[in-house]
Design a protein around this ligand. Structure first.
Ligand SMILES: Cc1ncc(COP(=O)(O)O)c(C=O)c1O
Length: 389
C-alpha cells in the first residue's frame, strides 16, 4: 500500500530514546538531554519582534519562490561581511536547509545516480537521494582525518554513477571542518567529472575559534551551499534556510521551488531580516561563546571518565565520543544510560554504519547545570556497571 521508498527509510534510535525520555518525564523524573540537536535558547527578542510587526503589517501572503528580495540582498551582504562576493541573484531562500536539500536533490540527481555522503553524517542525507530515486553512496570518514574525507578518499569514492557529493563543515555528528584547500580540490574533481559538490554550512557561525569562519565559497565559488537560520541564528521552528547556487542553476531551481514549495514562510523571512542586525548579532555571538564553554565542560568531564574524544570539534554543538572502553555497543550503552540513569545520548548507528558501535554523539544544547548532572549520572552508571574510571 505504501511506496518501497517509504518502507526503506530507517527510523532513528534517537526518536525511540526521546519517546522513552518523555515517558520518564511524565512520571516526574528528570532526564538529562544530550541527544537534542536544537539549542535551548529562544529565538533572539529582536527577531521575534520583527515577526510580530510583519504579521501585524499583513506580511502573511505567499512571497516570490526564491524569497523576498530584501532577505536575498541581506544574505548577500552577510557574505560580503565574511569576505566573499555572492550576488543576491544566486541566493535561494528555502524552508530550512531541509527544503534546500529537497531542491538540490531534485535539481542534481536522476534515478540511478549516486550521491556521495559521509559516514558518519547527518542521518537524513540519504533520504533526500532516495526520494528522487537516486542512491546514497557512503564515503567513510575516519578519526585520524578529523572525520572529514581526504581528497584521495573523495576521488576514490567518486564512481561512474556519481553525480554529486554532499559534505558538511562543521559536520554533524562530529563538529569538524573541512580543510579549504581540500575542499577546492574536491570541488574541482566533482566539476571535472561533470558533477556537483554540495557543502552543508548549516553550523556556520557556531565555530569555537576566535578567528572568523571561512565559507567554502571563499575557495570554490561554484559550490552549492546549504545554510539555515536554524542553528547559529536560533530559529529552528521558523523553518527557514538558504541555498547559494551557481548562476546557471537559479532558473531551474526557481521552477522547482515554485512547484514544490510555492514560497518560504513570509513572516519567517521578515523575522530573519532582523537576525543580521547588530542587536541580534550580539545575542548570537554571546550564545556562540556559551556553546564553546559548554563544549569544554562536557569534553573535560567525559575525559575524566575515561571516554576518548578522538577529535576536538571545530564547531557546531556536538562531541562524537568513543565509548568502547565500556565494552558495550553504542546502542546498548545509550539504552542502558537512558533506562537506568535517565541520560539521553544518540548512538552512532543513527549517523551511518562505519564504526557506529564505537561512537555516540553528545549534544551540548543544554546548560552547564544539566551537563554537570549528566556527568554525575554517567559516573554513577560506569561505577554500577563495574567499569573503571
Ligand atoms: C547537518 C545538517 N544539515 C541539515 C539540517 C536540517 O536543518 P534545518 O532544516 O532545520 O535547516 C540539520 C539539522 O539538524 C543538520 O544537522
Amino acid at each position: 500500500m505504501f511506496s518501497n521508498r517509504s518502507r526503506e527509510i530507517a527510523p532513528f534510535v534517537v526518536m525511540q530514546l526521546v519517546q522513552r525520555a518523555s515517558e520518564f518525564e511524565a512520571e516526574g523524573k528528570t532526564v538529562v538531554h544530550f541527544e537534542v540537536g536544537e539549542p535551548d535558547f529562544q529565538t533572539a527578542a529582536p527577531v521575534v519582534d520583527a515577526a510580530k510587526l510583519a504579521i501585524d503589517a499583513g506580511r502573511t501572503k505567499y512571497t516570490t519562490a526564491l524569497g523576498i528580495p530584501e532577505l536575498r540582498e541581506r544574505i548577500s551582504q552577510y557574505y560580503q561581511e565574511l569576505g566573499v562576493n555572492v550576488s543576491a541573484n544566486r541566493i535561494v531562500v528555502t524552508s530550512g536547509a531541509s527544503g534546500g536539500l529537497t531542491l538540490l536533490a531534485a535539481l542534481l540527481l536522476d534515478p540511478e545516480d549516486e550521491l556521495l555522503i559521509t559516514d558518519p553524517g547527518y542521518p537524513c542525507n540519504d533520504v533526500f537521494a532516495r526520494l528522487v530515486g537516486a542512491s546514497p553512496k557512503p564515503l567513510n570518514v575516519h578519526a585520524q582525518n578529523r572525520f572529514q574525507p581526504t581528497v584521495a578518499d573523495f576521488v576514490d569514492a567518486w564512481g561512474s554513477q556519481t553525480r554529486a557529493a554532499l559534505l558538511a563543515s562543521p559536520g554533524n555528528p562530529t563538529g569538524t571542518m573541512l580543510d579549504q584547500a581540500d575542499l577546492a580540490a574536491m570541488n574541482a574533481h566533482a566539476k571535472a567529472s561533470a558533477g556537483a559538490l554540495i557543502l552543508d554550512e548549516i553550523y556556520q557561525g557556531l565555530h569555537h575559534h576566535p578567528v572568523g569562519y571561512s565559507t567554502g565559497l571563499a575557495v570554490a565559488e561554484d559550490l552549492y551551499i546549504l545554510n539555515s537560520f536554524s542553528k547559529y541564528f536560533g530559529m529552528t521552528g521558523w523553518r527557514l534556510g538558504w541555498v547559494v547556487a551557481p548562476d546557471e542553476a537559479v532558473e531551474p531551481l526557481t521552477k522547482l521551488a515554485q512547484n514544490l514549495f510555492i514560497s518560504p514562510s513570509a513572516p519567517a523571512q521578515y523575522a530573519a531580516l532582523a537576525t543580521f542586525d547588530e542587536q541580534a548579532m550580539v545575542i548570537h555571538e554571546v550564545r556562540r561563546e556559551i556553546f564553546a564553554r559548554r563544549a569544554a565542560l562536557l569534553a573535560d568531564g567525559l575525559r575524566e571518565l575515561r571516554f576518548q574524544i578522538p577529535v576536538v570539534p571545530d564547531g557546531a554543538f556536538y562531541l562524537y565520543v568513543d565509548i568502547s572502553h565500556t565494552g558495550m555497543t553504542s546502542n546498548d550503552f545509550c539504552w542502558r544510560l537512558m533506562n537506568e540513569f535517565q541520560v539521553a545520548v544518540t548512538p552512532g548507528s543513527d549517523f551511518g554504519s562505519h564504526q557506529a558501535d564505537r561512537y555516540a554523539r553528545f549534544a551540548y544544547t543544554r546548560g552547564a547545570e544539566a551537563i554537570e548532572l549528566g556527568l554525575t549520572r554517567i559516573a554513577s552508571a560506569l561505577e554500577s556497571w563495574g567499569i573503571d574510571i
